[in-house]
Design a binder for this molecule. Structure first.
Ligand code: NAP
Ligand code: ZN
Ligand code: ZN
Length: 348
């Protein structure tokens, strides 16, 4: 099946229209007409080959909202017309210990990523959501509540679950003093979800201009990372920090914000980031990482957001506006997630 898409043909190249082929449905596949796709900073990293291993042509996009167009012969859970979400994974081995307990992102054989991954059966490179249609294994298409506002939900599939997962894993709730570093796509979801869970939330930002926005999103306090005095005054004041900064940076200033037994969870940068061991020892502080989240937990998040009316702040763009959106995202000029309206790709 041919479908219109937008692809990078080489590292860092502007995205351009490209017709791609989606596989014929296997018995456990669903074909999805894509309505919306969020623009994640990971899309930009991957297009530019920041992490190595990018393959081209590359159709990015892993915050997908759509409707089921057709189902394979063995699909029982979904039917044509159902609203579904697809995140960063489209398959996994489904029988290792991690898959068995719902953490497909840690599949021992590696999950199949939505784009720049390898299909487990054909070995073909997977292509993502900057397109009109996608075919995925049914378990990775999550049925959505009729209450969910589809136009505002796409960023939950990556930015949402990536912050929800550590919040839930570490039991964030009333009484948790939560720090969020960076107010972008992930960061603004961490603020909103932290507030919704009852945490006391402090945004730590490099952008003084974002302070009012952060408060409007529910943050109780804003700390400017460049303000050495304020950072010092906030030492040992947090239990859990989610660090969403997309590039390598000093961790120590944030580690010092942690109270005894406090933990910083790095979800942004993939690079080497040295940390002062003495600062960890003093107070038994912990540094950890987290990768997206499993399908069951993504379902939990989507249900939570539908029931509580918690939504990302979305700026709608047409597919043709993607390069400008990437440039603006790089300048931190987005409030707070671009979402591509896929009807813009109709006649491509
Ligand atoms: P984003 O929307 O661009 O937001 C990143 C925020 O970090 C910016 O708004 C800015 O916030 C701050 N920032 C940006 N450049 C910075 C710099 N040079 N130094 C310090 N702070 C900077 O990005 P995103 O979509 O939230 O993604 C953030 C990172 O998470 C990316 O690297 C992405 O690849 C990664 N990611 C990881 C996972 C995972 O599973 N672990 C999942 C999705 C994405 P302030 O202006 O407030 O400082
Ligand atoms: Zn992402
Ligand atoms: Zn597995």
């Amino acid at each position: 099946m041919h479908t219109p898409a937008y692809a990078a043909l080489s590292a860092g190249a502007p995205l351009q229209p490209l017709a791609i082929e989606r596989r014929a449905l296997r018995p456990d596949d669903v074909a999805i007409d894509i309505l919306y796709c969020g623009v994640c900073h990971s899309d930009l990293h991957q297009v530019r080959n920041d992490w190595g291993g990018s393959r081209y042509p590359m159709v990015p996009g892993h915050e997908i909202i759509g409707r089921v167009a057709a189902v394979g012969s063995a699909v029982a859970r979904l039917k044509a017309g159902d609203a579904v979400g697809v995140g960063c994974m489209v398959d996994s081995c489904r029988h290792c210990d991690q898959c068995a307990h719902g953490e497909e992102q840690f599949c021992r054989q590696g999950p199949t990523m939505t784009y720049n991954g390898r299909d487990r059966i054909s070995g073909e490179t997977t292509q993502g959501g900057y397109s009109r249609m996608i075919v995925v294994r049914e378990e990775f298409a999550i049925g959505l509540s009729p209450q969910l506002d589809l136009a505002r939900a796409a960023p939950l599939l990556c930015a949402g679950i990536t912050t929800w997962s550590p919040l839930r894993h570490y039991g964030a709730g009333p009484g948790t003093r939560l720090g969020v570093v960076g107010l972008g796509g992930l960061g603004h979801m961490a603020v909103k979800l932290g507030v919704a869970l009852g945490c006391e939330v402090t945004l730590v930002t490099g952008s003084a201009a974002k302070a009012d926005d952060a408060r409007a999103l529910g943050a109780h306090r804003v700390l400017l990372s460049r303000d050495a005095e304020a950072m010092k005054a906030a030492a040992s004041s947090m239990d859990l920090i989610i660090d969403t900064v997309p590039v390598a940076h000093e961790l120590d200033p944030y580690v010092r914000l942690l109270d005894v037994e406090g933990r910083i969870v790095v979800v942004g940068a993939l690079e080497q980031m040295p940390v002062n061991a003495a600062a960890l020892m003093r107070g038994r502080r912990q540094v950890s990482g987290s990768l997206i989240g499993g399908i069951a937990q993504t379902r939990e998040l989507l249900e939570f957001c539908a029931a509580r009316g918690v939504y990302p702040e979305c700026e709608s763009i047409p597919m043709q506006g993607i390069d400008e959106a990437f440039a603006r995202m790089e300048r931190s000029d987005v409030k707070y997630r671009f979402v591509i309206d896929m009807t813009s790709l109709a006649g491509a």
